[in-house]
Design a protein. Structure first.
Length: 194
């Protein structure tokens, strides 16, 4: 079952690890999977976009415009910036945390949170805003926001594999001392829509 997932955020949020976990889960479930990443100029704070294409043996690693089945937005403006890749029946999981660009923090431009949310609501057919930062904090660390968002995405029922497969991929791809916290974050994220 072909499934195209776009992950958009900024450097340092764990987007690359999230894409690796989804790809590992898909491969463990027996799907041919391709990934591709575009990483911005700055390692931390620059734009990061990951493409995860499940059951994609006959397709390129880049998701075409209006073809993504799921957009996981780690940051609202980055999610809004990438909505054009979402299919007409696509689903969105969007973290409410904002990472304001330098121009905004210096007062040279406005970061209109309400305007960004309204744009997402008017464009996306199926969206869920998630307070990933605070949920991750409840799980044990704000650094687990990526697992919260993966859990929330899994609750949409779009992945062609079970939560157990994702949890196995989490265990195999994070340090063993943080595995329980990451699994807890995933479960808290999953409970948002269930």
């Amino acid at each position: 079952m072909k499934c195209d997932i776009l992950i958009a955020g900024v450097g340092g949020q764990g987007t690359v690890l999230a894409s690796r976990i989804l790809a590992a889960a898909a491969m463990e479930a027996g799907f041919f999977t391709r990934t591709s990443e575009t990483i911005g100029m700055a390692q931390r704070g620059g734009c990061v976009i990951s493409h995860v294409r499940i059951d994609s043996e006959d397709f390129s690693s880049i998701i075409p415009i209006k073809d993504a089945d799921l957009l996981i937005g780690f940051e609202m403006a980055e999610a809004a910036r990438n909505l054009y890749r979402l299919s007409e029946n696509g689903k969105c999981i969007i973290n409410t945390m904002t990472v304001k660009p330098v121009t905004s923090t210096l007062g040279n431009s406005n970061y209109d949170i309400e305007g960004i949310q309204n744009f997402i609501k008017s464009y996306a057919p199926d969206y869920t805003f998630v307070d990933g930062y605070n949920i991750a904090k409840d799980a044990g660390s704000v650094k687990a926001v990526n697992m919260v968002l993966l859990g929330a995405a899994a609750s949409k029922g779009i992945f062609p594999f079970s939560n157990e497969v994702i949890k196995n991929a989490i265990i195999k791809n994070v340090s063993s001392k943080f595995a329980d916290m990451n699994l807890r974050a995933f479960d808290l994220g999953f409970s948002i829509n269930s």
